[in-house]
Design a protein around this ligand. Sequence first.
Ligand code: HEC
Ligand code: HEC
Ligand code: HEC
Ligand code: HEC
Ligand code: HEC
Ligand code: HEC
Length: 310
Amino acid sequence: MTRRRVLLGLAATTLLLAGFTAAIVAGSRPAGARSASPEAIKRGAQFYASHCAACHGRAGKGDGESAAGLPIKPQDLSEGRILNTLPDHWMERLLRDGGPGVGLSPLMPGFERLLSDAQRSDVIAYVRTLAEPPYDPARVLAVPRERSGPVQPIFFSHLIHAGSFKIECRYCHSGAARGPAATIPSVATCMGCHKIVAAQGNPEITKLHGYWQRQEPIPWERIFKVPEYVRFPHKPHVRAAVACQTCHGPVEAMERVSAQTGQSLPNDLLNLVGLRPDPPKLTMGWCIDCHRASNAEGKQAPLECVACHH
Ligand code: HEC
Ligand code: HEC
Ligand code: HEC
Ligand code: HEC
Ligand code: HEC
Ligand code: HEC
């Protein structure tokens, strides 16, 4: 009887694990790896001329006749360096919901009612042909389709800042190379760009200007946090050339920062069936595993208790 129950339990666990594995594999498939037919591109060009050219210009340079009156310039769609990192599902959301769907301005309208899903996908295929350097679907960032993590007081997209515009992590998190905390940029740092960039025409930037005028800090929700009794210094890790992404994941591809840390059900299940998965991020096992591995490569990462505990 008990043996049968154990067997049943194991079977259920295996099923669950198969499910998780399938989900993980599906989630890691590169996004946007589909190529459009010449017909689709031709149809897209027609929709573009009727729905987009007034603002973005006939050749996509952002110089349509309606552009002059807008406080934020319609994007130059031939700028491959800015657009080529953004996957199709991000473009689909932008064209469906307009700028606010992805953290941009409502001056970029949504086309949910004016164009069908298929028509919007044709327009995207056409827009891709304008990019210089040319668009390569294999090189888009793996942006998660579903956003997770806390909703922040301002829609601040790492994908736009660090992924598309390629602003260095350390430009904003300047503490990381200097001291224990990486630090979140001050309102003044944001204003260094946003006194000019998109200064009018996006309610999210209006919120930013409100914090600036009231001289209030932005109450960002904290995401990565070790308990009070642990000491984690950024500086030695940066000095040892450990990439931010090793510990934080591909932040440049995140529209909202989130973290999988601490104990988790898949991890517990894998341990239960004896598979010894990597310890979850920010647990003690995670720190120790990497310190051991680093020391095997000649680094001097501490293993003694007092290095990490006061
Ligand atoms: C009423 C003017 C207007 C129309 C019409 C319009 N756009 Fe835009 N679009 C904008 C503005 C303004 C921005 C810049 C938004 C920002 O930076 O916040 C923009 C931004 C974009 C972006 C850039 C995203 C990025 O990464 O910066 C893309 C792509 C785009 N539009 C595609 C289109 C397509 C395709 C159409 C037609 C289906 C279209 N737009 C129609 C005004 C317009
Ligand atoms: C333009 C400024 C800017 C740039 C560039 C930038 N960040 Fe951020 N970062 C922020 C802001 C603002 C927050 C707080 C809001 C949030 O979580 O999205 C943040 C939050 C984070 C967090 C979560 C902090 C927490 O609460 O635990 C991590 C991790 C992070 N950034 C890593 C990176 C990495 C890695 C890069 C480069 C790939 C990067 N950031 C580039 C401004 C920036
Ligand atoms: C180094 C310059 C720089 C800094 C610093 C910076 N940004 Fe940006 N930000 C940009 C650029 C460039 C864009 C894209 C504008 C575009 O699409 O035309 C942008 C876009 C935005 C947008 C969308 C605006 C729009 O409609 O285009 C928001 C909201 C935003 N940033 C918030 C912030 C916040 C909050 C901070 C501080 C934590 C910050 N930014 C720091 C350069 C910067
Ligand atoms: C070895 C792993 C590791 C690396 C590498 C790393 N971080 Fe962190 N980061 C952490 C941990 C752990 C925390 C939580 C620290 C705490 O709670 O005191 C954290 C917290 C943060 C925070 C929020 C709190 C703070 O420190 O201000 C930001 C922002 C951040 N990291 C950005 C970065 C950036 C940017 C880089 C690359 C320059 C980077 N991190 C590299 C592990 C790492
Ligand atoms: C991805 C690998 C990696 C992870 C994860 C990691 N570390 Fe490290 N750690 C290192 C390396 C590499 C060094 C530097 C070794 C050197 O300087 O030779 C280091 C150094 C340190 C130091 C020594 C600081 C000094 O002043 O010399 C402390 C303390 C530390 N880590 C704490 C932590 C804690 C706490 C965690 C987990 C929350 C953690 N580390 C996670 C790789 C890692
Ligand atoms: C490289 C950094 C590092 C070293 C070295 C380290 N710890 Fe930890 N320890 C941590 C972190 C990070 C946590 C927080 C774990 C969590 O929240 O899951 C922790 C948690 C703990 C806890 C809390 C119990 C728990 O699991 O929640 C105890 C007790 C502890 N450590 C004892 C020790 C002892 C004893 C040593 C020396 C043999 C040691 N640690 C060495 C990083 C370290």
